[in-house]
Each structure stands twice: as C-alpha cells, then as structure tokens.
Design a protein around this ligand. Structure first.
Ligand SMILES: [Zn+2]
Length: 217
C-alpha cells in the first residue's frame, strides 16, 4: 500500500502524541519523491496487488492510472464518519475540503458499479479456448515467456505461478488483435493487460528478473 501519510510519518522523527497529519516542508518534499518512486516501481510488478491511496486525484491522473490497468475504488464511509474522524485526527482546515468534496460528489449521479464483461463479450469465448488448445499442442516445453523470460511448461506445476499457460494476443485486443498467437504464463498474461505496459515487462529488466520456480516456492 502506498499512502502519503504513512510514508511521511515513516520519514519523520518520532513525535509525542497522535499524528495530526501535518508535516514539515522537508518531510513533504522527500515524501513526495519517495511516493512517486514507489508508484513507478509498483507499476512494473506482476505478482502483487498494489493499493495507492489518493484523496483527491484529478481526472487526468485517474485516466493515467486507468491506462496502466488500475482499478479505481472509491472508499467512502459517508460524510458524517469522515467529518468525525477529521475533527479528531486532521488539521481544522480539512473540514471545508471534505464538505466541498461531498458537495461536488453529490452533484454527480453515483450509479452501481458496472458489471464486468463476460468472457465472450471480452472476445475470449469458445474460439479463443480452441486457439489456446492449438497453441498448447504446438508448444515446446521450456520455451521462454515473452513477458518474463522464464520457461513455460504444459504442466501447470512446473510454471513459476503454478498455473496453466494462457493464450495471448501479441497485438493486444485493445489494438485490434483478434487471434491469440502465443502463450504466456497466466500471471504474465494478466500483468500485460491492454498492452500499454509492454515496455515495462520484466524480460527487459535483467536486474529484477522474476522469481524462478524454486525461489517462488
Ligand atoms: Zn512469464
């Protein structure tokens, strides 16, 4: 989890009493840099979920995170709870900020979250399953994964993520690719998402090569 306040507290000298979430200038500058470094690294990781806490992200920033395949989750316990917490734990000037946030949010319609698309709607129906089978039949065990550069095996247990290989579109479906034409580890395929993170794939970065099966276990 990447959280500005937690980072700032970690970078501050110990203080008496409760933190009021107010930080010295130097701490703010260092925290901002550390947070950005953490985000840049987190975007390249394939094995874990990362939660980035952001109180009032701009529309542009949200669009940027979405382009990395991020899912935006709004954590909103309601204005009463937030105001109560703010009075206890935050500087006084947070209160008008909170009221403004709720006033602006109230103006928008808050609908139920969209239902995820089915596999068929995502273009991953029966034809895709057949194509995966064809690729698996043709697969030579030990062929290196394009995403992580680790060997791929038909036997799930021999893959570093202990999962079956998945069929991937080297031209991402979001870019018009229609037929899956290669296999990737499941974890790698899912890390790749829409293809807009291809330049960040671990295979390009020798220093942080993915875990081998042994290390993984
Ligand atoms: Zn892989």
């Amino acid at each position: 989890m990447i959280d500005y306040d937690l980072l700032a507290n970690a970078l501050s000298a110990p203080r008496e009493g409760d933190s009021k979430h107010e930080h010295a200038k130097g701490v703010k500058a260092v925290t901002k840099a550390a947070r950005q470094a953490a985000i840049d690294k987190a975007i390249t990781l394939r094995d874990i979920d990362v939660y980035l806490i952001h109180s009032t992200p701009s529309t542009q920033l949200l669009a940027k995170y979405r382009s990395y395949g991020a899912r935006i989750v709004t954590v909103d316990p309601g204005m009463d709870v937030v105001m109560e917490r703010a009075k206890r734990l935050r500087p006084y000037w947070m209160q008008p900020v909170i009221k403004k946030w709720y006033a602006e949010r109230g103006a928008k319609t808050i609908g139920a979250p969209a239902k995820p698309l089915t596999r068929t709607q995502r273009g991953l129906g029966t034809a895709h399953d057949h194509q995966r089978t064809r690729l698996l039949v043709a697969h030579v065990d030990g062929t290196l994964c394009w995403w992580c550069n680790e060997p791929m095996y038909r036997d799930d247990a021999r893959n570093f993520d202990q999962a079956g290989l998945e069929a991937d579109h080297s031209i991402a479906r979001s870019q018009g690719g229609t037929v899956a034409d290669r296999l990737l580890h499941r974890r790698c395929n899912r890390s790749r998402q829409g293809g807009n993170r291809d330049h960040l794939r671990p295979a390009l970065e020798g220093a942080s090569a993915p875990l081998t099966t042994r290390q993984w276990l």
